[in-house]
Design a protein around this ligand. Structure first.
Ligand code: GCU
Length: 342
């Protein structure tokens, strides 16, 4: 099968797929219904889960019942690192995946995972909706890995939390074992901030905090509360060091198998799903912070964010080291200038 670039209206723009070349899918012939699986590692309360449910309903309507989606929450289908293999081989059709997991497949994804990259949620949203900018990166794994990135989603702003004390200056982090997402950039970032970056899957963090294997972790307030980390690490300190995307990922194989009209219908729904997931986030954060406070967690501002920002500069310099990454980085800076922090 020859893969070539075609223009797909309404979704990521250029996808390196040619259905004309492979003859389209026949799995739905005869009116059979296909239920795609979508793997998710967080709870049913999360806006991404709700958006996935809507996605399934809308897909069913748009394909006259030929396709729908069933979302599986709470790591039911496995951790992100495991599930991505299944999406790659086509046994699971969709998943939401954190940005750092993508770095092991294509290092260029690192740019969106670097600390203090985006000055505002609006800047990040603008960059993620720039189809021309992202089309190559988002389709870069189709041929080799069978992974199509349909959309990049806002996934909150991440800060540090721990079981010992409020973090006010980088010195307060010295020697603390802090869980980070599984990629080199994340480990390095925590090292530069003074902590000991401990990569681990999200599902293991609660017990590691409880048993003292970890002193803390870093995440947005929704994970902090929903996965009950607030019960075992009560100091949440607003370092706001990361705004890492989640990606809505689809098996390229599954996408290729669909008839052209159904595939186009699916891709047309993607911007709507992206907006649904993004729009629900702010409210979910407020609710999560309130709930964590009720359980006795404390939230504090750090003394000077600039001090944290300064420490991670070398990581940005060493990571933005080729033309692709430079282009993404420049686009971020332009978006930041147009959408400054409020
Ligand atoms: C966030 C993000 C997830 C990621 C998780 C983590 O919740 O949305 O995709 O897996 O952080 O820290 O592992």
């Amino acid at each position: 099968m020859k893969l070539s670039r075609i223009l797909v209206t309404g979704a990521v723009g250029l996808l390196s797929l040619s259905l004309a070349a492979c003859g389209g899918g026949s799995s739905t012939g005869g009116g059979a219904k296909t239920t795609f699986k979508l793997a998710f590692n967080q709870t049913e309360q999360h806006p991404q889960y709700k958006a996935a449910v809507e996605f399934g309903k809308k897909l069913e309507e748009a394909t006259q019942g030929r396709y729908t989606i069933k979302a599986y929450a709470n790591e039911q289908l496995g951790t992100q690192s495991d599930v991505i293999q299944n999406v790659s081989n086509g046994t699971v059709e969709f998943m939401y995946v954190g940005g750092p997991v993508m770095e092991s497949f294509n290092q260029d994804f690192v740019v969106y995972n670097l600390p203090y990259m985006f000055d505002s949620v609006e800047a990040q949203k603008a960059v993620f909706r720039n189809e021309e900018l992202n089309s190559e990166l988002f389709s870069s794994l189709e041929e080799a890995k069978g992974l199509t990135v349909l959309a990049a989603l806002h996934a909150g702003t991440r800060s540090v939390y721990n079981s010992k004390q409020e973090i006010k200056t980088p010195a307060d982090l010295t020697g603390m074992k802090i869980r980070v997402q599984q990629s080199d950039s994340q480990v390095k970032m925590m090292e530069l901030l003074g902590g000991i970056g401990t990569p681990m899957g999200q599902g293991e963090v609660y017990s590691a905090l409880q048993t003292g294997v970890l002193d803390g972790a870093e995440n947005n307030p929704t994970v902090y509360d929903a996965l009950k980390h607030d019960e075992v690490a009560k100091y949440y300190s607003y370092t706001r060091h990361l705004m890492i995307p989640d990606y809505l990922l689809m098996s390229t194989k599954a996408l290729q198998k669909m008839d052209e009209a159904d595939r186009e219908a699916l891709l047309k729904l993607v911007p709507e799903v992206q907006n649904l997931a993004d729009d629900g986030f702010a409210q979910y954060i407020t609710e999560s912070e309130e709930a964590a406070k009720q359980k006795g967690a404390t939230f504090n501002e750090v003394d000077d964010v600039a001090a944290f920002k300064e420490l991670v500069k070398p990581l940005i310099e060493e990571s933005v080291n080729n033309e692709v990454r430079q282009t993404l980085h420049t686009a971020i800076q332009e978006a930041n200038a147009a959408n400054p922090a409020k």
